[in-house]
Ligand binder design. Structure first.
Ligand code: NAD
Length: 357
């Protein structure tokens, strides 16, 4: 990534630090502080090269600005990437996270971070030893714990709203739903959908995870991950990886609705229009998966009780319904309406006030 690439980025600040002890590179991309401190997760990953790592931080940070604005949070967007040679463990990991935490602290509250791919609440505890600007520490340390229960609960609202728009009812009983990815979010979502009476199918590249679900619920069917996209269902819920919806894959889909938690489901923005042309209702990912940030920050930094958190999570359904209605009215793709609404929201001040930790 050269200076030309950086010049094209519309964010505010990119902090780069080389951690000599571990030879890790740290990128903190602060995309926007317009609505408040920039909030975004910290991911630890091995990247093919440092260009990829920096690009990941820049790209994901702008998505966080849109997600946080659309969820009407008084915060901006950011993302941090710790690009490592090997995934560190033990004292090496603690050392890296402690030095990273000091870097976060030096940003004077401009950046607040939480868990993301490759990091956990235990990692947030380590970072929380040196800075207050972290959330989703473990419950024992006064944090909200992992954000994924919030993401899964928000996804249930998102799925109901999507079904209601397409089929006239958000009732899950008898609706065929395929969940792709049975990790932190997908695994929890499957249980919620099952409790609500959905006719479930599950798929994961990790056979043990599929076997575990199917063993516990004999009415849930396993689908080979190679054939997931072609599986007929009312709703397909991608909860694994990004770029699942592309020029190559959209023609293969046999669902009427896509609503999942995975980030960056569209390989390119034009895929939103491809889905619309295929008469598939697409719930924009960052609108549907905002539950984690609502839950984590809501408990820790807005000091909401469970009812207030639940009311905010239910708001995801209202946001999505507005997106669907506007998209239909204007004859445009839902992802474009979500982007438009996020941009409008960015210009409005939020009524919420972020408290200190
Ligand atoms: P996770 O790593 O816990 O689980 C991902 C699961 O997907 C794993 O079981 C993995 O084996 C499976 N998987 C990977 N590739 C697959 C493939 N090609 N086909 C089928 N299964 C595959 O991750 P998570 O925390 O559950 O997050 C899932 C997605 O949701 C990610 O895209 C993440 O960025 C997004 N997301 C998560 C949260 C959260 O609160 N955890 C919040 C917002 C968005």
């Amino acid at each position: 990534m050269g200076f030309d690439d950086l010049a094209r980025w519309d964010g505010e600040e990119l902090v780069i630090r080389h951690d000599r002890t571990t030879d890790a590179w740290i990128y903190i991309a602060i995309h926007s502080t317009h609505r408040g401190p920039a909030v975004g997760g910290t991911r630890i990953r091995r990247y093919p090269d440092l260009d990829d790592a920096a690009q990941d931080a820049l790209r994901l940070s702008s998505g966080m600005t849109a997600k946080n604005a659309l969820a009407d949070m008084p915060i901006g967007g950011a993302k941090a990437v710790l690009a490592v040679r090997e995934i560190p463990g033990g004292p090496e990991r603690t050392g890296l996270l402690t030095r990273y935490g000091s870097l976060v602290d030096s940003l004077d509250g401009q950046f607040i971070t939480g868990p993301d791919m490759g990091t956990t609440e235990d990692d947030m505890n380590v970072i929380g030893e040196v800075t207050d600007n972290v959330f989703c520490r473990s419950i024992g340390r006064g944090g909200a714990g992992t954000a994924s229960p919030g993401t899964a609960a928000g996804m249930l609202h998102a799925i109901r709203a999507s079904l209601a728009h397409r089929f006239g009812s958000g009732d899950l009983r008898g609706r065929s739903i395929l969940v792709q990815g049975l990790g932190e979010v997908g695994g929890r979502l499957v249980e919620l959908l099952h409790d609500a009476g959905a006719d479930l199918m599950v798929t994961d590249v990790d056979a043990a995870r599929v076997a575990d679900v199917v063993r516990r619920h004999d009415d849930i069917r396993a689908v080979d991950s190679a054939h997931a996209l072609e599986t007929a269902c009312d709703l397909f819920s991608p909860c694994a990886i990004g770029s699942v919806l592309s020029k190559e894959t959209i023609g293969r889909l046999r669902c009427q609705v896509v609503c999942g938690a995975a980030n960056n489901q569209l390989a390119e923005p034009e895929d939103g229009e491809r889905l619309r042309a295929a008469d598939i209702l697409y719930a924009p990912d960052y609108a549907a998966n905002a539950g984690g940030i609502i839950y984590g920050l809501g408990l820790e930094r807005f000091h909401w009780d469970a009812d207030q958190v639940n009311a905010r999570l239910a708001g995801i359904a209202d946001t999505l319904t507005r997106i669907f209605v506007e998209a239909e009215r204007d004859g445009v793709a839902t992802n474009l309406v979500a982007d438009r609404m996020a941009a409008e929201s960015l210009l409005r001040p939020s009524e919420l006030v972020l408290a200190a930790r």
